[in-house]
Write a protein that binds this ligand. Structure first.
Ligand SMILES: C[S@@+](CC[C@H](N)C(=O)[O-])C[C@H]1O[C@@H](n2cnc3c(N)ncnc32)[C@H](O)[C@@H]1O
Length: 274
């Protein structure tokens, strides 16, 4: 591994020591990935050559987000990587994130066209029933108490509102092979969340998340399997343009088997226990 890569890996949003909100002493709510002072855009996306993954997210979001929304929030939206995909669909767009650095970058790019709000996912600084549109992409791996996260997202949404939520799935082919060949103890078929200690990341089984969504009162409207060809070898061999074409077909086709490392859900807020 090159020095540059080693450094990037070491600094990927790690907090040392762990941040703990004074208002929320629950240890399961500690912030495990602090992006303050971390150049996520450059290190992760640009230097990491993740054009393919970025395109996959865009294809999914384009397909799933409603065409017109009044009040929309991008939860853990970072520097607004996907803002281009929703800003013209919503009257008011807000990016919510823990990181001042990310939010300042978003403001630099979008100015008054977006509102930014800093805070912690477990205690969202929004009143009940504020948003009719919500998105959360590439964030679930940072959260341990997923029932509380989903409860908070549900709380801030208006009845009938639509949420697009991406989850980091534990049920992927590489993880299955690692398990079968005893390279990992994590059983990708079991429903309980897994914790990857060396990366400080949580992965979730699609079924676990789907049960949680339904229990909370979300109706699942659509599912997509996203980043189906996320492999350095495939990316090198075929390039973003070609893989992007395959991806477009694969997202709905592979959704029934929840194939990819990213599973996207389009959800509607319905009355709890309806
Ligand atoms: C991998 S980035 C994803 C950013 C954006 N959604 C995207 O797809 O480009 C994860 C984001 O989650 C934010 N985050 C991590 N822990 C958080 C917490 N406890 N509350 C709010 N945001 C958090 C980070 O600051 C970071 O911007």
């Amino acid at each position: 591994m090159t020095e540059k890569k080693k450094k990037a890996k070491k600094t990927v949003g790690k907090t040392e020591p762990k941040e703990q909100s004074a208002k929320d002493p629950n240890p399961d709510h500690a912030v495990i990935a602090d992006y303050n002072g971390y150049d996520y855009k450059k290190i992760f996306w640009e230097d990491g050559k993740r054009d393919y993954e970025d395109l996959c997210d865009r294809l999914a979001v384009r397909k799933l987000l409603p065409d017109a929304m009044d009040d929309f929030v991008d939860i853990a939206g970072g520097y607004g990587r996907l803002t281009d995909e929703y800003i013209s669909r919503a009257k008011n767009s807000t990016i919510f994130d823990y990181s001042k650095t990310e939010l300042a970058d978003a403001k630099k790019t979008y100015g008054d066209r977006i509102t930014t709000k800093e805070g912690d996912i477990y205690n969202l600084p929004f009143k009940d029933e504020t948003f009719d549109g919500l998105m959360m992409v590439r964030a679930t791996h940072h959260f341990k108490d997923m029932p509380k996260v989903i409860e908070e997202l549900y709380r801030v949404m208006k009845p009938g509102g639509v949420a697009v939520i991406e989850i980091a799935s534990k049920k992927t082919l590489p993880k299955m092979f690692r398990y079968w060949f005893r390279k990992s103890d994590i059983n990708p078929f079991s429903k309980e969340p897994s914790y990857l200690k060396e990366l400080e990341m949580y992965n979730y089984h699609p079924k676990y998340m789907e049960d949680l969504f339904k229990k909370q009162g979300f109706k699942i409207l659509k599912v997509l399997s996203v980043s189906n060809f996320r492999s350095p070898k495939l990316k090198k061999m075929f390039g973003t343009k070609f893989l992007g074409r395959l991806e477009k077909v694969a997202q709905p086709t592979l959704a029934p088997i929840r194939f990819a490392p990213s599973i996207y859900y389009k959800l509607e807020k319905t009355p709890k226990n309806a």
